[in-house]
Write a new protein. Structure first.
Length: 424
């Protein structure tokens, strides 16, 4: 029986990956995010097959998948980002939008949580609001491939920075609850960021120098294992580990910038370039697999019991209205025009789930429904999907109008040409 179950699990895993690949193809054609289809598939599979989902049994595997998936997604994004003078404005704008959105949404939602849920102090409400205020790079990055380069790069920067700022904000708040005085908290935050940056840059140089000298053919997963090890150790020491992953990816992709001057002699460019091609491929493939299983299992964990609660529906409406109203005004001030569909792309996802379940036990409340988490993920993803599909159709429509116009011009030219021939 155990052997049969094992084969069923293997078949199920293979089918899930194949279906996820087909969803990716569908997403490229329609701009409907594949992660939404995976979540729906997970929920539908549970209902159709009558699977009993035990949250306690699946929480640890889901958490591990989420952590590994997060590392891969941020690393994949960092390996696509170029640091050039021409990009400074883009980086500044995306950082500003990510930071302003995170802090506005946190305190706006915290006020709503206190009003609709009740019996909460402001600190507890803020701790619950932070996970829902972070834009998910796990959903954004694989969903924006169809956008033009400048818009795509902006959204990748914004979502990645939102992840990093949100995680830092959450853990720095939770870990400094017993610290007295705003000055001491500020010093703790600054020392954490400075220490993480210094360690990240040092490790990045050391890893690149070491791995370019490895002659073995089997080294890419060793490369990734070292990164995961540093990430986990960093978390144990309360460092901003995601920042380490981002810095490493940026240093590796922009190595000629970081290995300039006297450091250039330590860089074997040909070796690094050859390894980087394979490393990008394995990162992209691994990210696809981990993301597939995470969102499928997440779909299986969904229960609709806590969704259709009046207070939860009103709180979600309040949050979504504030979220997109604020984004509209920020984008209007920053960009003046051509900010569609970017301001509609702010999905909640993997980070929200991980941080929500990382809330300390002393702050957990039984009255707080998980429906707000589910609804926020689904509704923001639907808005994103609508905006991407509408943008795609808009491009098609503009192309059709352009073709019609050019045909009309050609007909006009043909008519004038025939008229001249008749006159002759």
């Amino acid at each position: 029986m155990g052997e049969i179950n094992a084969y069923f699990l293997v078949i199920g895993a293979a089918v899930i990956i194949i279906v996820s690949y087909l969803f990716n193809i569908l997403a490229q054609k329609t701009n409907i995010p594949s992660v939404i289809l995976l979540i729906v598939s997970g929920y539908a599979s549970k209902e159709l097959l009558g699977i009993e989902f035990n949250e306690d049994e699946w929480f640890l595997p889901l958490e591990v998948l989420g952590i590994v998936g997060l590392i891969l997604i941020v690393l994949e994004a960092a390996l696509d980002l170029e640091l050039k003078k021409s990009k400074l404005r883009l980086i500044w704008q995306s950082s500003l939008v990510a930071g302003l959105s995170l802090f506005f949404n946190t305190f706006f939602l915290a006020i709503g949580i206190r009003y609709f849920i009740g019996n909460l102090d402001m600190l507890t409400a803020v701790i619950y609001a932070i996970p829902l205020s972070i834009t998910s790079s796990a959903i954004v990055i694989p969903s924006v491939n169809g956008l033009e380069k400048s818009k795509r790069e902006f959204l990748i920067y914004e979502s990645t920075i939102s992840d990093i700022l949100g995680i830092m904000f959450f853990y720095l708040l939770v870990e400094n609850l017993d610290t007295n005085g705003a000055t001491k908290v500020g010093l703790n935050v600054l020392s954490n960021i400075a220490g993480t940056l210094l360690l990240s840059i040092t490790l990045s140089y050391a890893m690149i120098i070491a791995f370019q000298r490895i002659k073995s053919d089997v080294k890419l997963f060793l490369f990734f294992a070292v990164l995961v090890l540093f990430y986990a150790i960093g978390k144990l020491f309360h460092l901003s580990s995601l920042l380490m992953i981002l810095v490493f990816g940026l240093v590796l992709e922009n190595r000629l910038l970081f290995f300039s001057g006297f450091l250039r002699k330590y860089l074997h460019e040909e070796n690094v370039r050859r390894v980087l091609v394979d490393f990008k491929l394995i990162t992209r493939e691994s990210s696809f697999v981990v993301r597939t299983f995470f969102f499928f299992i997440l779909g299986m964990s969904i229960t609709l019991a806590g969704v259709f609660v009046p207070d939860i529906l009103l709180l979600t409406l309040y949050f979504i209205t504030g979220l997109f109203t604020f984004r509209f005004f920020v984008f209007k001030l920053l960009f003046k025009r051509n900010y569609f569909p970017q301001f509609f792309i702010a999905p909640r996802g993997l980070i929200s789930i991980l941080l929500f379940f990382a809330i300390p036990k002393e702050f957990r409340i039984n009255d707080f429904e998980l429906g707000i988490l589910l609804l926020s993920i689904v509704v923001t993803s639907i808005f994103m999907a609508w905006a991407l599909v509408f943008d795609s159709f808009g491009k098609v429509g503009r192309m059709k109008r352009y073709i019609s116009f050019m045909r009309a011009v050609d007909r006009g030219k043909g008519f004038m040409h025939r008229k001249r021939r008749i006159k002759k």
